[in-house]
Design a protein around this ligand. Structure first.
Ligand SMILES: C[S@@+](CC[C@H](N)C(=O)[O-])C[C@H]1O[C@@H](n2cnc3c(N)ncnc32)[C@H](O)[C@@H]1O
Length: 260
């Protein structure tokens, strides 16, 4: 194993992440605007765990005033290279370097699970203004599709740390235990993309369960996927089905004081 630090494992695959990981569909951002009750235009947004900037880009394109917050040097370098108009701060969700009540929305795209929620939640509630919201989301492969489910089972068996479950509810349960005044709202957006097999494999390899491995460990697992999917999709193009699972948490009017 190359490193046991899963949260920083993305740095080793940052370029591949930028190239092969899926974005989030436009309808997902429509849903956020619907929950906000207004367009994102002009809102002060922190996109935390911004990575290579996939959500940052979409939020900027909707006119939000976004600050991307990213701890990883290589991920941040990718973000900077592709998004010259983004403001980037090196930091993480456990210690947000921002003033109290200074932003309207905090987003964590596929990143909240890398924080320590007992620290990152009070941090988010401190930095959000009254009436602001925290939006956490994950793009999950849709396991109601047979080949996706079969692949998930194979990868779980082959890679000890491969995670295929839906953590949305578990995360929200944990957050409401930490802050009983939270009232989570859940939304799902199903979508799909069609990519060459090579992109699909590159995407797989950017997951932390692969990224922490030495290449000689990950290579045979990827080769097996190439063989199986090559037979399933002989034309060489993979239709990847996803569901974006959003947990939207309006900031409680009076968050419970710490220690209560
Ligand atoms: C799966 S990537 C998601 C990147 C991006 N938001 C996206 O949607 O593609 C997870 C990101 O979380 C970052 N990260 C790790 N620990 C973190 C923490 N404690 N707080 C915030 N982000 C963290 C990693 O460096 C990585 O860039």
């Amino acid at each position: 194993m190359r490193t046991t630090d899963f949260a920083s494992s993305f740095n080793a695959v940052a370029a591949e992440y930028a190239a092969a990981r899926p974005d989030y569909p436009p309808h997902h951002y429509d849903t956020i605007e619907e929950l906000l009750g207004r367009p994102l235009t002009g809102l002060r947004v922190l996109d935390v765990g911004a990575g290579t900037g996939k959500a940052t880009r979409a939020l900027l394109d909707r006119g939000a005033r976004v600050t991307a917050v990213e701890p990883g040097a290589e991920m941040a370098a990718q973000l900077r290279a592709a998004n010259r108009d983004a403001t980037l701060v090196r930091g993480n969700g456990d210690a947000l370097p921002f003033a109290d009540s200074s932003v309207d929305l905090i987003t964590y795209a596929q990143a909240w699970h890398w924080t320590r929620p007992e620290v990152a939640l009070p941090e988010a509630l401190r930095v959000l203004r009254g009436g602001g919201a925290l939006a956490l989301w994950w793009n999950r492969p849709d396991r109601t599709v047979a080949w996706v489910d079969e692949q998930a089972a194979r990868l779980t068996k082959a890679l000890p740390s491969h995670h295929v479950g839906d953590i949305t509810r578990t995360v929200a349960d944990h957050l409401t235990a930490l802050e009983p005044a939270l009232r989570p709202v859940y939304r799902e957006t199903s979508w799909q993309r069609t990519v060459p097999l090579a992109t699909h494999l590159k995407n797989l390899a950017t997951h932390s369960s692969f990224a922490v491995l030495d290449p000689e460990q990950s290579r045979p697992v990827l080769a097996r996927e190439a063989e199986i999917l090559g037979a399933l999709f002989p034309e060489g193009r993979i239709v990847e089905p996803y569901t974006v699972r959003l947990t939207y948490l309006p900031r409680p009017e009076r968050p419970t004081p710490r220690g209560e």
